[in-house]
Structure formats: structure tokens, C-alpha cells
Design a protein around this ligand. Structure first.
Ligand code: GLY
Length: 267
């Protein structure tokens, strides 16, 4: 039996066209289409048995739909971060309030910065990206918090993309989907590595839910590769939020819920 899983999501802000962009050129986002795609994403998770807690939009905070970034949740604790982009920091308070119903809350303190997109969990291993959003102090403070609960924490330098999980994702079965040009993949020694196809360099962001790997529909070669290797894959259309530099992990914060532990999973 699997543990019940909860996903916190947040509705798309009407102001999303003012989102932060670091590596992408700005393109107009069709807000209605983005909202419909986000609803389909929530429906996909619900179809996999995930309980959805959907928070109302934060109209003045363009990036607030990307709930992965203000917090990192593991079984024992939720760590509320100070995000690397100052414009995004007000997103944290309502998320902390929502998470306080499920986990004890701890807070990073300045001068730490950290985005949840830079934190990859694989069982008892946690990898934290050193990126343009997450600094050494953010890595140090979060590592201290996770080590209290016996996680093995390692830092990974990220280059040429927004977050660690733009470069790699844990997809179950001790396997990491990776674009090796963006990180030093040696950090994942001991894990099986699956390289994204050359034609799909942005495909390394994948969301593991139960035993299903969710990826954007825009990466068919990655889908075929994963299916050849025996993974169960579902695709979703993420075209509008991809213009805001999003991946499939960005728009939910997923955590185990309940006491019956049988299967471990990544975050
Ligand atoms: N637009 C997502 C971010 O930059 O945080």
C-alpha cells in the first residue's frame, strides 16, 4: 500500500506576463490557456490519486503559481525559504500558512537565498543546487536542517539554467534524468543516469508521482526513451507556463501524507 500523497498548487496569476525570466526571451503568455493547462495538470495529479489543495491566485505576484520555490517539504519538516528573486519573496507567507497544517515549519534566515527548484530529493539523499537563485548560505542552512533528520546532503553547481531541477530530476528506481551539460553529473555517482536526448536539452525536469513520470508533451523523444527503459510516463501540455521558464515540478509541492510508509519517493 502506498502512502496518500498531497499536492499544494496555486491558481495562475493574471499578471503572469510580468514573471521573472533568467534564461528565456520574453514571449506573450496566453493567460486563459495557461489557466486551462494548469487545471489539466491538477487533474492529471488527481487522476494519479493525489489529493489537491489548490490555493487562490496571488494577483499581484506574477510567479506565485510556481509553489515549488518558496518551500522544501520532506517527511519531517517544511523549510520556508528566502527566494533568490526579491520580487518572489512575498509568495512565501501564504504557502507557509498552508504547509503549517501538515508539517512543523522552519525558516531560512538572511543572507541565505534558496529556491525549492534547486532541491532534489531521492530517498534519504538531498542535492541542493548552487545557482543564480540559491547561494552558499542557503545551502549551508538548509543542509543543517535536513541533516538533523539523517538526510545525506550534497551541493551541486548549476550552470546555464535556472534551477538544479532544470538540469536533472529523480525519476524513481535509483535513476536520475539529466542534461550533463548543466551540472557535474559525478555528484550523482551511485545513481543510474539517463541522458536527455540531444534534441531535447530542456527535458530533464520531470515529476515523479507514485510510479509515473510526468513530463511536458513537447519532449516526445524523452518520452520514448523513458518508456523504452520501462518507466511509466504521462505527458501534459505546458506550453504557456514554459514561456515563464517553468517545468513540471514547479507548479506543485508534493508530499507524503499519512502514516503507512511503504514506498519512498523523491521531491
Ligand atoms: N519565472 C519563474 C522564475 O523565474 O522564478
Amino acid at each position: 500500500m502506498r502512502r496518500p500523497v498531497t499536492a499544494i498548487t496555486r491558481q495562475v496569476s493574471a499578471s503572469i506576463n510580468n514573471c521573472e525570466l533568467s534564461f528565456h526571451a520574453r514571449q506573450p503568455i496566453d493567460v486563459a490557456k495557461a489557466m486551462a493547462q494548469h487545471k489539466a495538470y491538477e487533474d492529471c495529479l488527481a487522476g494519479l490519486g493525489v489529493r489537491i489543495v489548490s490555493l487562490p491566485a496571488e494577483p499581484e505576484l506574477p510567479d506565485a503559481v510556481f509553489v515549488e520555490d518558496p518551500a522544501v517539504v520532506v517527511d519531517e519538516v517544511a523549510v520556508i525559504s528566502i527566494m533568490g528573486a526579491p520580487s518572489r519573496r512575498p509568495e512565501a507567507s501564504s504557502l507557509a500558512e498552508a504547509l503549517s497544517h501538515y508539517r512543523p515549519i522552519k525558516f531560512l534566515v538572511e543572507p541565505a537565498t534558496l529556491d525549492g527548484g534547486d532541491v532534489l530529493r531521492a530517498g534519504r539523499f538531498i542535492f541542493v543546487g548552487l545557482s543564480q537563485r540559491t547561494n552558499q548560505e542557503g545551502i549551508a542552512q538548509s543542509s543543517d536542517m535536513f541533516r538533523v533528520y539523517d538526510y545525506q546532503v550534497q551541493s551541486v553547481e548549476v550552470r546555464g539554467c535556472l534551477h538544479l531541477k532544470s538540469a536533472c530530476s529523480y525519476i524513481g528506481h535509483d535513476t536520475v534524468l539529466v542534461n550533463r551539460s548543466l551540472i557535474d553529473a559525478e555528484r550523482f555517482r551511485g545513481f543510474e543516469l539517463v541522458d536527455v536526448p540531444d534534441e531535447e536539452p530542456a527535458a530533464a525536469n520531470a515529476l515523479l508521482v507514485q510510479d509515473v513520470v510526468i513530463i511536458p508533451a513537447s519532449f516526445p523523444k524523452t518520452r520514448a526513451l523513458l518508456e523504452q527503459r520501462g518507466f511509466r510516463v504521462q505527458t501534459i501540455d505546458l506550453s504557456e507556463l514554459q514561456k515563464a521558464e517553468a517545468g513540471v515540478t514547479c507548479t506543485s509541492i508534493i508530499f507524503n501524507h499519512g502514516a503507512t510508509a511503504v514506498e519512498d519517493r523523491g521531491v
